[in-house]
Write a new protein. Structure first.
Length: 491
């Protein structure tokens, strides 16, 4: 069975999804989703361990050798992303049981879990496939299910948010498939390894740079890089709390992985950052995102929207690491994929607990909330410390590596922007802390602490924020190995 683990990672959840919809019993559907999520997590963890010990895994579907058949490939870079998706799904699904019963009508809950499993499957498929057209197929599976999940929010504005995401996501997918088509026309193959070998051998022409540009625009739209982020704030704000926590922690991370895979594996760093000078585009956009989106977050009165703009700023940190195109910069960017999933997952889940008891995540509804929900608000504070980058949290590790990577290239203004971004994070996190801890709870408020199942899941991510912030040897080791593989200096 271990030999077939790469394909079973995707096939088992894919088969489970229709059963979750057909049983038409909410808690049975939840159990199917829970089993699928934990399977994905355990399988991804096993694959990461195997890859780190024995090197890349190649799995030919149907025993058809690549490039004639579809190949799944697992190396440290995508094993890392598979682990992020599986881990977040495994934590979010137990949390979802009560949260979804409060936020989604009973009749739609089985359909919700079916869409949730499909979204997870699509994200796993994007990360594991070694075929660029399969990337597009799995991208559509994850995107279509994400549109449905967002639309299930109880606020009517969730429909508008989902439609906006649908339009912009479709534009991004169109750009991606056009880029893939141009690559196929020029090379006659869709296999990533073949593309990486054939592209450098082609005579200079206009088609390859055009394909590169289409793919760059399409993927950056999917990962919500400023200024192509307009779909993200509404999607995160009005989606059900579980959906926001899951998508914020996984979907943009998988899109960043796609950026890494195309720029470094398929086109190669010399073409991407030498001939196309991509760093001159990505770095300014990342720096602007860090500053402007942090400032915009300060002025939000809905905490989910505040965290959504914070996510756009955090994506800027990831892209900044990539734009440095060095081993240390890539390590910082890849490390922040994992670290941001932990911190933002914890923050959005804390807000889901608030939504469960208060029915709103607007700041004015949180007066004195720390007295009624001490564990929930403590989780928010802990996640906020990580976003700021306080020592002993994962956020500090990410920013430390980013600053080192910038100073390594003499880019001290970039290091300053990273520090300023942290100071701005202090302001928008403090807005919530001040209201929850330093104002009086409304006299007629009858608010209880969140259910234990939701708190345990939230605090699992909170504790992970500190665990991997205190001892970052495992996470930095994997990130460094993944960066070496992408740069072609590792196996």
């Amino acid at each position: 069975m271990s030999h077939h683990l790469p394909v079973l990672l995707v096939v088992i959840p894919l088969v489970a999804a229709p059963f979750a919809a057909l049983v038409n019993r909410p808690r049975v559907s939840w159990a199917i989703a829970l089993g699928s999520a934990w399977w994905a997590f355990l399988a991804a963890f096993a694959l990461l361990r195997q890859v780190m010990a024995d090197g890349p895994i190649h799995y030919a579907l149907g025993d058809w050798a690549a490039p004639y058949g579809i190949e799944y490939v697992v190396d440290p870079a995508n094993a890392w992303v598979l682990l992020i998706v599986g881990m977040i799904a495994a934590v979010v699904t137990p949390y979802a049981l009560l949260s979804i019963e409060r936020e989604v009508p009973d009749a739609r809950i089985p359909l919700f879990y079916a869409a949730f499993i499909l979204c997870m499957t699509g994200l796993l498929g994007i990360a594991i496939t070694g075929d660029v057209f399969n990337v597009f197929v799995f991208l559509e599976i994850s995107s279509l299910s994400a549109y449905a999940l967002i639309a299930l929010g109880r606020d009517r504005r969730a429909l508008t948010a989902s439609y906006q995401y649908l339009i912009m996501g479709s534009v991004g997918a169109t750009f991606i498939v056009i880029g893939i088509g141009l690559l196929y026309v020029m090379t006659g193959t869709l296999n990533m390894a073949d593309l990486a070998q054939i592209l450098p051998e082609l005579e200079p022409n206009r088609t390859i740079p055009v394909a590169f540009t289409f793919l760059t625009v399409g993927i950056t739209l999917k990962l919500a890089l400023f200024p192509l982020h307009l779909w993200l704030p509404n999607a995160y704000t009005y989606a059900p709390s579980v959906v926001t926590a899951f998508i914020a922690s996984t979907a943009t991370k998988v899109a960043v992985y796609l950026l890494l895979r195309f720029f470094f594996t398929i086109f190669g760093a010399s073409f991407s950052f030498g001939e196309m000078q991509l760093d001159k585009v990505l770095m300014p956009l990342a720096l602007v995102a860090i500053l402007t989106m942090s400032i915009v977050a300060i002025y939000q009165d809905n905490v989910k929207r505040l965290l959504a703009y914070s996510s756009v700023a955090q994506i800027g940190y990831m892209v900044l690491g990539i734009s440095l195109a060095s081993a240390l910069g890539l390590t910082a960017g890849i490390l922040h994929l994992f670290n941001h999933a932990l911190m933002k997952g914890a923050l959005f889940m804390a807000m889901g607990c608030v939504m469960y008891r208060v029915g709103s995540v607007r700041i004015e509804r949180m007066n004195g909330l720390a007295r009624a929900m001490p564990w929930t608000m403590a989780a928010f504070v802990a996640g906020g410390l990580s976003i700021i980058g306080v020592p002993l949290t994962v956020g500090f590790i990410s920013k430390w590596y980013l600053i080192q990577a910038a100073l390594e290239q003499g880019l001290w203004p970039v290091a300053v922007v990273v520090l300023v971004g942290s100071l701005l994070a202090v302001v928008y996190v403090w807005k919530v802390v001040e209201v929850a801890y330093f104002r009086d709870l409304d006299a007629d408020a009858d608010i209880q602490e969140a259910p234990l199942s939701m708190l345990i899941a939230t605090w699992a991510l909170v504790l992970a924020n500190f665990w991997f912030g205190i001892d970052a040897s495992a996470t930095t080791g994997v990130a460094r190995r993944a960066a070496e593989v992408l740069l072609g200096v590792g196996s």
